[in-house]
Design a protein around this ligand. Structure first.
Ligand code: ATP
Length: 254
């Protein structure tokens, strides 16, 4: 495996009882790529995504992240490698401020991350300062500085989505997984979201499952189109999206 490969999946299958959700996926993603996973409903995108970030185990096959085989690792051990997944819920605490949410995300992730270097040190002050300064950085990166004292649930939808990305950025992950980040966004929100991802991408690898092809086109260097648990096409979004097999898969599923 060459040094710049950060995700390597080989012969990955997943069965749920009699249902074969994934029928054999090989995938290589390189450092610094923004990589999209697309396909019609039921194609197996979420299943592949969950396997890649260690949330579920494949039935057969292997996944290496950042040079380590993740077989048998729990999700939080995978997280310790430098892998973060956008928080499923927008805020950890809907009733807490943006800043409090970021600090809480740091506490949740610190034992699994770079920030964990303080865990045994008993330098609580140091730890608190590290979280606080990282939270300030993330407020800056995500454009949430002016919203830092606002209660999370009172934020506009697009802003809440930025917060969700901010939470995932707290441990400064090398590998960032985004699961349908633009779902429910209007064009304006999704444009500002695209800008945000471009800004946070340098120095990381970003993997996105997304139904919004506009986002895939504008953001991803490469993507994988799946259908029926199999890879269909991969390459630059413009090429993949106009491939007859991909168009047919979407039409067939409609
Ligand atoms: P969508 O775009 O609708 O989210 P998807 O491409 O993410 O779809 P998956 O959610 O990965 O597809 O599902 C792939 C197949 O596996 C589907 O047939 C689905 O019903 C099945 N499946 C997924 N998760 C489970 C589960 N926990 N138990 C049983 N079957 C499942």
């Amino acid at each position: 495996v060459s040094a710049d490969v950060v995700v390597q999946a080989t012969g990955v299958t997943k069965k749920y009882g009699g249902i074969a959700a994934l029928k054999g996926i090989d995938l290589t993603i390189h450092e610094g790529e923004i990589f999209g996973i697309i396909g019609p409903n039921g194609a197996g995108k979420s299943t592949l995504f969950d396997i890649l970030c260690g949330i579920i185990q494949p039935t057969t096959g292997q996944v290496q992240l950042l040079g380590k085989t993740i077989q048998g690792m729990s999700a939080h051990v995978v997280a310790r490698l430098g892998v973060a997944r956008r928080f499923q819920r927008t805020a950890v605490f809907a009733e807490a401020t943006v800043m409090q949410n970021l600090l809480f995300a740091a506490h949740q992730s610190f034992s699994h991350s770079m920030l964990g270097r303080f865990v045994h040190s008993k330098h609580w002050q140091e730890e608190r300062d590290a979280f606080f300064s990282r939270a300030q950085e993330v407020l800056g990166i995500t454009g949430l500085w002016d919203d830092r004292e606002r209660i999370a649930c009172t934020l506009a939808y697009g802003v809440q989505r930025r917060l969700a990305v901010g939470l995932a950025l707290m441990p400064d992950p090398k590998l960032l997984f985004l699961d349908e980040p633009a779902a429910g966004m209007d064009d304006q929100d999704s444009d500002s979201f695209i800008t945000l991802v471009r800004e946070v991408a340098p120095g990381r690898t970003v993997i996105i499952v997304e139904h919004d092809m506009r986002v895939i086109r504008k953001l991803c260097h490469r993507c994988l189109a799946m259908a029926d648990g199999r890879p269909l096409q991969r390459g630059q979004p413009a090429d993949v999206l106009q491939h007859p097999d991909v168009i047919e898969a979407y039409l067939g599923a409609a």
